[in-house]
Design a protein. Structure first.
Ligand code: ADP
Ligand code: MG
Length: 697
């Protein structure tokens, strides 16, 4: 039996492996480049590449690939084998520093939103030495960034790394003002909790909608849904447990800190939470996690669904992005400590986040916008489309006291006195009660809860890092020149709290009152992806990304276009799948069932005219009407899909899909589901919700 500590990271060329396998000088040189973010010397790269190859060969690898994250959420890889011909007609296994540092995938089929088309046909991939190489599927995977030859980012990693640099620089500036001379770097950390559904593969294979779109497009509710809430944290069924054990092992081998596993609220829904790590590693790990989840499921004759809303009527799946900031001296900057009111460092970062979330609500909303996630946000199962932040009652009392100047009041014996009774017993656990907030302070981190389960977490983290970097840079500009820096910082914190507190909401985000209240406060409510996305290219947002060199204007516009194209494509596939199911399977099935009922009636009448056929006739009548209606809705949907495709402007097209096509789909579904309830299960062409949701035991 392999021990877990030995298993952990066994497929990763991590620090310990590097130390063990690289000559001391090379190891040092590599570490220095990683630390300083400098380009790697080719001589160093050659030695690293060779050691990496030998290590990978021992683990059975035959190929290598530059593993990257193109602008559509998935990861991409093109495998090259290590073989090189020798003079005697044989081969040797080789891997050079050049091949390690840079790759040139034939990337013409990756979306670039016009970036490559105009300038350079090719893009290149460059090793990100801050993320370790690993072996998967007998292939050495080298985490890389993907750029065009004009230096524009064609992926998600490049802007993420840029945003991490920015927040680090600006945070260090503020720390200097506060008298911290030790910290030289600041990193953001992320722990991404991942929700997913597990269903039986044999059942999955019988549903075109799941196969083509990852979600059910038809399906009447099962008699039992999630109303008993008996699934959440319930005991794990043997097949699920076997899957989770296998999953953990595979993740551990890849150095992924899978920590917690449990059932979620909906039947067949589960969650995995890892221990947090630096943001770019967490992003790579989450991409890998999603891939491994699917692969391991296959081995168990299961299918892992990562779609945001696989089933109507029960909760969909999200991803909680736990995010914090810490110094290279090991301090978590979002830790309020025992007495937050006197913790200026914490308060400054809280203020920066508060102002940032207020001013860039639109960007945070945009960062989680997708066709799948539109089914969740605001559907009373996930945070609403309105972005606000939860800080808990204790912290709100602190913020209010500061706004009111009560933190400055001294009592008779000269101690600072606060006009509230909560301190100094500031408790972490009082902050995690509200599960409805999109962005909640949970003791020593913020939990961004609006993410959909299939999202690449790079996007929201790029936004968070950049937004907070911007606010910190404004703060630093203001207080650096001040004579009395401490007082200047305090005045700034107070002003920011006063001006931006409207973004704080500790109540029930699912309630109708909040929608009205948010409107009064002037907060945005960007209800769907096509409504949210145009804000991405607002001048203030373009200026933000330009200022911090996170995105060029062209990069933003290309991403804006790619995401909307993607949205239209998803809806188009869904609509076509529905039409196919409706015409080829559902209509004929209902028609056959009506035929059987008619046959039964006729047979009865032949036997004796006294026999009653009322039930059959009633059902025939009902189903005939529904089928007629179904047929009309099929035609409406078809007309709308055809109209959608003719709209040239991508933003307009996305809006049309989101409003017209989606509502036609919903209407068709309602009729289909109504028929399912009245049709014999022997005739219904697909496994039911009941079978899908309760099929794994
Ligand atoms: P909670 O009970 O508040 O949900 P947990 O300890 O269960 O807190 O953590 C939930 C998730 O948050 C885990 O994935 C964990 O790794 C992550 N997390 C904890 N601390 C941090 C941090 N400083 N930065 C980022 N993520 C964190
Ligand atoms: Mg949590």
């Amino acid at each position: 039996m392999v021990k877990i500590p030995e298993l952990f990271g066994s497929m990763v060329f991590d620090d310990a492996t590097m130390k063990e396998r690289l000559p001391k000088e090379t190891y040092k040189a590599l570490k220095k480049t990683i630390k300083d973010g400098e380009p790697l010397d080719i001589n160093v790269a050659n030695i690293v590449a060779n050691a990496m190859k030998d290590w990978a060969l021992e683990l059975g690898a035959t190929h290598y690939t530059h593993w990257f994250q193109p602008m559509t959420g998935i990861t991409a890889e093109k495998h090259d084998s290590f073989i090189n011909p020798t003079d005697d007609g044989k081969v040797i296994m080789e891997f050079s520093g050049k091949e390690l540092i840079k790759g040139e995938p034939d990337a013409s089929s990756f979306p670039s939103g016009g970036i490559r088309a105009t300038f350079e046909a090719r893009g290149y991939t460059a090793w990100d030495p801050t993320s370790y190489a690993f072996v998967k599927d007998q292939t050495l995977c080298i985490p890389t960034a993907f750029c065009s030859y004009t230096g524009e980012a064609l992926d998600k990693k490049t802007p993420l790394l840029r945003s991490m640099e920015r927040i680090s620089d600006e945070a260090v500036r503020i720390l200097r003002v506060l008298g911290d001379d030790e910290t030289t770097r600041v990193v953001t950390t992320v722990g991404a909790e991942q929700e997913y559904f597990l269903i039986d593969k044999d059942l999955f294979d019988k549903r075109k909608d799941l196969i083509y779109t990852g979600r059910t497009l038809f399906g009447a509710k099962s008699p039992k849904g999630q109303e008993l809430e008996d699934h959440y944290f319930g005991s794990l069924k043997p097949r699920v447990l076997a899957y989770m054990q296998d999953l953990d092992r595979e993740l551990w081998k890849l150095g992924i800190y899978s920590k917690t596993r449990h059932n979620e609220v909906a039947p067949a829904q589960h969650e995995m939470a890892p221990i947090f790590t630096t943001t770019n590693l967490a992003t790579d790990h989450n991409q890998l996690t999603m891939e491994v989840m699917k692969k391991v499921a296959n081995k168990h004759n299961l299918v892992c669904l990562l779609h945001e809303k696989p089933f109507a009527g029960v909760n969909g799946s999200g991803k909680h992005n736990n995010w914090s900031i810490s110094t290279n001296t090991g301090r978590n900057l979002l830790k309020p400590g025992k007495n937050p009111i006197e913790n200026t460092e914490f308060l400054v970062f809280l203020a920066a986040i508060m102002k940032g979330v207020y001013e860039y609500q639109d960007l945070l909303r945009v960062s989680v916008a997708s066709a799948g996630n539109d089914h969740r946000l605001g559907a009373h199962e996930a945070p609403p489309a309105i972005i606000s932040m939860f800080i808990g009652d204790d912290l709100e009392a602190v913020v209010n006291a500061i706004i009111d100047g009560k933190d400055m009041v001294k009592n008779d014996v000269g101690n600072m006195e606060l006009g509230v009774g909560v301190l100094p017993d500031f408790k972490k656990d009082t902050t995690d009660r509200n599960r409805t907030s999109p962005f909640a302070f949970t003791g020593n981190k913020f939990e961004f809860r609006s993410l959909g389960s299939s999202l690449n977490i790079a996007c929201p983290n790029i936004m968070l890092n950049t937004i907070v970097a911007e606010e910190l840079s404004q703060f630093a500009d203001e207080v650096e020149p001040a004579q009395d820096k401490q007082s200047a910082v305090k005045a700034l914190i107070r002003r920011v709290f006063r001006e931006y507190k409207d973004i704080v909401f500790n109540g029930d985000n699912y309630s109708e009152e909040w929608v009205a209240e948010a409107k009064r406060r002037g907060l945005l409510n960007l209800r769907s992806m096509p409504i949210a996305m145009p804000h991405f290219i607002d001048e203030k947002n373009v200026a933000l990304f330009n200022k911090h060199n996170v995105h060029t204007r062209r990069e933003i516009f290309s991403r804006y276009e790619i995401q909307q194209e993607e949205y239209c494509r998803v809806l188009n596939i869904e609509a076509l799948t529905m039409l196919d199911m409706a015409r080829k399977d559902i209509f004929p099935a209902v028609s056959r069932y009506i035929h059987e009922l008619t046959d039964t009636c006729n047979a009865k009448k032949m036997l004796s005219t006294a026999l009653i056929c009322d039930a059959e006739i009633d059902l025939i009548d009902k189903l005939s009407r529904l089928l007629n209606c179904f047929y009309q809705k099929i035609n409406v949907l078809e007309t709308k899909v055809n109209s959608a495709r003719e709209i040239n402007d991508v933003a307009q097209r996305a809006l049309y899909y989101g409003e017209e096509v989606l509502s036609a789909m919903n209407e068709l579904r309602v009729v289909g589901d109504e028929m399912e309830v009245s049709v014999s299960s022997q005739y219904w062409p697909y496994p039911s919700y009941g079978e899908l949701l309760y099929g794994v035991r």
